[in-house]
Design a protein around this ligand. Sequence first.
Ligand SMILES: *Cc1c(COP(=O)(O)O)cnc(C)c1O
Length: 337
Amino acid sequence: MSAQIPSHSSPTLPTYDDVITAAWRIADVAHRTPVFTSRTADERTGARLFFKAENLQRSGAFKFRGAYNAIARLTEDARRRGVVTFSSGNHAQAIAYAGRLQNVPAVIIMPKDAPAMKMAATQGYGGEVVLYDRYTEDREEICRRLSAERGLTLIPPYDHEDVIAGQGTAVKELIEEVGPLDMLLVCVGGGGLLAGSALSAQALSPACRIYGVEPEAGNDAQQSFRSGSIVRIPVPVTIADGAQTTYIGQKTFPIIRALVSDMVTVSDDMLVDTMRFFAERMKIVVEPTGCLAAAAALHGVVACQGKRVGIIISGGNVDPKAFAGFLAGTAIRASAS
Ligand SMILES: *Cc1c(COP(=O)(O)O)cnc(C)c1O
């Protein structure tokens, strides 16, 4: 593939060189996660699948890579004042944990009605949680006010060059370990993981075709990819809570447009089936969003017969009761939060 990222689109887009320096920065702290294979999965798909297990990353998701890299890049002065973010999911925990490891205070802005488990996890990692009412208050406004008052640096969950570069280190490790790939499947929320992964895949395995995978109910990235401009959608109703973003990033989009072959979608039923497959056959706990890429291969959404296919398992943070419900097939309904 000879696709080039248009250099005029933004002077601050990360490159594979940034992924290399990110890999060096996180080398002693992030886990080099294992790559699993499964004969059952290979038989079911007729392919050779390589699963990169970021559910076993520190704080339970790949987000630790980008968060740690972004914090490591701050000036001494900015580190002393601290960082802020407004995600309530895996990015919040990653920022809290990466901040603590680097002695940088981290403020996480969360809705008052966020799951207690997520709040506790974020506080457990040393984050200062600031609550807001998501029906009457604007989190970005609160974030701006806190930044102004306390001089905090905002680290957003995906639309940031150091975050994208950090996320790209997972696929760098994968290809360095297993060799060139014919295909790579990566889940998409705001596109930080996909953009970073694409930078690594293009550099290390140029013939590899890269696919983004989204929940069927929230295919904003697919719409954006096909139309050529960023499409915004209402909060999608899906069990893939890590991919409930309503639009793709301004920095992730040009990279994805230039390097990715296509965007596909999978249903919540396919995610549940895949979660069960991981538990029963591979003995690992994967959260619904973490099943997106694998579901596309296991359910034939992307044809991969005869191919060497890289699959990112993006995270494993799922409430044990919800997980048991998914496995048992008892009704666990998706919500728009
Ligand atoms: C954040 C997250 C995603 C989506 O990542 P983006 O960089 O926003 O596309 C996917 N899976 C898990 C487990 C996540 O935490």
